[in-house]
Design a binder for this molecule. Structure first.
Ligand SMILES: Cc1cc2nc3c(=O)[nH]c(=O)nc-3n(C[C@H](O)[C@H](O)[C@H](O)COP(=O)(O)OP(=O)(O)OC[C@H]3O[C@@H](n4cnc5c(N)ncnc54)[C@H](O)[C@@H]3O)c2cc1C
Length: 576
């Protein structure tokens, strides 16, 4: 028997069991502010909106605070503490972003970061600060839970209602306004219309459109896809950050390798050359600002035939004795205990290659997280603009907290300004109909959601990865078209698989957007490196904006957003 509690969300009622895995969603949910995503951005937004005294419902397809990028994060923030000033933070971010950043967003983030991060202590987060940094800690490989778990506890205790295992698969609009969303309960298969006065998308990135990624399995990009379908503008979608040092040892899980460990050993090609050091780079020092260049140098070695199994080699002989990096030694011992116990590191090198890590691009927002669709706000990795062409390490978490809070506040104010709910269930009805059809289809070869997903991931890694060219991008586009045609045959045998179908549809949309933007940008800048246009071109000091126009995808160039008066002039960055 499920024990049921009646919970009021806005004016309506739904029932909820005491166990999250047994929750039963009823017909319609109504709330003032709907937050989509239970990572740092969503939780911070929900807390802020709740503090403005409105009803808040947070929907997440994974348990709130867990199984998202924030939970897996290293827990490091870049922020103006100690001798590091907001202006230096601004300068470092814009230089790192190869001048493509939205300077107004960077200005807000760097000015507010310190106060916002210290405020986290009020929510129970144990955050330590250092010179230019802050840090939270958690168990091995899950330092980010030092942030998400206290935030999720605080959100619940302050009255935020949290609904888990629900995939939001579409936004509802009335005229030009966003008025809700359509959720799919991946446990019981119910489609749930979610009516809201304001909606905040905080659904994270899309790392899982690649086969080589450190992102958790649910990072499939629905936020970008549903925002795009609802008419929101996306920006800089061609810029995808790869973390240079990922463990890609056959048979082991793929994960991000601590640069300190890489620094302690010797990263070599198959000729034994320490090619990064030869090019003047140090893995331990340069991984914050130069992820783009380090990843490119590694991939170039592999492409030139000086790699092994699409990777370069990390020689760790004698590293424990070196005692380099101290704090990372404990972590390394744990990695060895868990995954490398059968690997004789005195004889064998480890395979290292860049892993997809972060989407720099995303939904375009203003300083308050507002999108161009009235009532729709966004925060965190799903947004674009702060990072430009290459994100500075530690800025993603800072971004989630500063803009999470801002979006939460603005969304609450918007909700308060509306007297009544506008409602629509159009999207929910369409999804329900589509899923019924999918469920009734026969199992045709190659058309299961997992097969389509795998083919997409392999193509994206090969063709729209660290190094691209006209030829690889055309190949990727053709493959995406073919896979999109296969969607008409896609089938699902279980409720869980229906959820995977929804994910695959979004993955294809995001892949197409990223590929088309990468084709459009005919230069190399930051994380976007094109073999056929290998140089940065000042004529391309422009953002690419993507928007849906009818059934067409419209991509337009736009001037970058600068502060007035110019902060770049003040800190001495020549924007070119
Ligand atoms: C291994 C790793 C280490 C990192 N380390 C650092 C670091 O040390 N410092 C740093 O600054 N950055 C780091 N990053 C990047 C940073 O962690 C992320 O960019 C950031 O945490 C994203 O937060 P978010 O709240 O936007 O999204 P997430 O934390 O990914 O949360 C997204 C949420 O949305 C939910 N969701 C997604 N789609 C749907 C849907 N359709 N319906 C309902 N819910 C949905 C998910 O279930 C999840 O709850 C790291 C990333 C990784 C992968």
């Amino acid at each position: 028997m499920l024990s049921k509690a009646i919970i009021h969300a806005g004016q309506d009622i739904y029932e909820q069991s005491s166990k999250s895995s047994e929750r039963i969603a009823m017909r319609v949910l109504k709330t003032d502010v709907l937050v989509i995503g239970g990572g740092a951005a969503g939780l911070r937004a929900a807390i802020e909106a709740r503090q403005a005294n409105v009803d808040v419902l947070l929907v997440s397809k994974t348990p709130a605070g867990l199984a998202n990028c924030t939970a897996y994060a290293g827990g490091g923030f870049q922020a103006p503490f100690g001798k590091f000033t907001p202006k230096q933070h601004f300068e470092r971010t814009v230089k790192g972003g190869k001048s493509l950043n939205n300077q107004k967003l960077v200005d807000v983030m760097t000015r507010e970061a310190a106060a916002r991060l210290l405020e986290l202590r009020e929510f129970g987060v144990n955050i330590e600060t250092g010179d230019g940094t802050a840090r939270v800690k958690g168990p091995f490989a899950m330092n980010g839970t030092g942030l998400t778990l206290p935030l999720s506890r605080y959100a619940r205790s302050s009255g935020v209602i949290i609904l888990e295992n629900v995939i939001v698969a579409g936004l509802e609009k009335s005229g030009d306004c966003a008025v809700g969303a359509a959720g799919f309960n991946r446990l019981n298969g119910e489609v749930i219309p979610l009516h809201a006065k304001s909606i905040i998308l905080a659904s994270g990135g899309a790392g899982r459109i690649y086969s080589r990624t450190d992102n958790p399995v649910g990072t499939t990009g629905e936020g970008y896809a549903i925002a795009y379908s609802a008419g929101a503008k996306l920006i800089d979608m061609e810029f995808v950050q790869f973390f240079p040092f990922g463990l890609v040892e056959p048979g082991l899980p793929m994960f991000l390798f601590n640069p300190g460990i890489v620094e302690a050993g010797r990263l070599v090609n198959t000729e034994g050359k320490e090619f990064l050091k030869d090019a003047g780079f140090s893995p331990g020092r340069d991984f914050i600002e130069h992820r783009d260049t380090l990843s490119r140098l590694i991939c170039t070695e592999i492409q030139e035939g000086k790699g092994d199994r699409d990777a370069v080699l990390l020689d760790l002989k004698g590293t424990e004795e070196i005692g380099h990096g101290l704090t990372m030694l404990g972590e390394f011992k744990e990695i060895k205990r868990r995954w490398l116990s059968k690997v004789d590191l005195t004889k064998q090198c480890l395979h290292i290659a860049p892993l997809e890590h972060y989407f720099m691009g995303g939904i375009e927002i203003d300083e308050n997280g507002a999108t161009n669709v009235l009532g729709l706000y966004a925060a965190g990795e799903v947004t674009g603009g702060v990072d430009g062409a290459n994100r500075l390490g530690g800025n993603a978490l800072t971004n989630t907290i500063v803009f999470g809070a801002r979006a939460g506040r603005a969304a609450a104010e918007h909700a308060k300004s509306l007297e009544r709910f506008e409602t629509s269930d159009l999207s929910a009805r369409e999804i329900e109909k589509d899923l019924k059809e999918v469920r009734a289809r026969p199992q045709s070869p190659g058309a299961g959601p997992r097969e389509i997903r795998k083919r997409l991931q392999a193509t994206m890694t090969k063709c729209v990865g660290v190094i691209r060219s006209k030829e690889t991008l055309e190949k990727a586009y053709a493959c995406i078209q073919e896979l999109s045609r296969d969607l008409s045959r896609i089938y699902a045998t279980t409720t869980w698989e229906l959820g995977e179908v929804l994910e695959v549809e979004s993955m294809l949309t995001v892949a197409e957007i990223a590929t088309r933007c990468a084709s459009e940008r005919r230069e190399s800048r930051g994380a976007h490196y094109r073999l056929d246009h290998p140089n940065e071109d000042r004529n391309w000091l422009k953002n690419l904006l993507v928007e849906r126009s009818g059934t067409e995808m419209r991509i337009q160039m736009r001037e970058i957003v600068r502060t007035k008066p110019s902060l770049c002039d003040e800190v001495g960055i020549e924007v070119r």
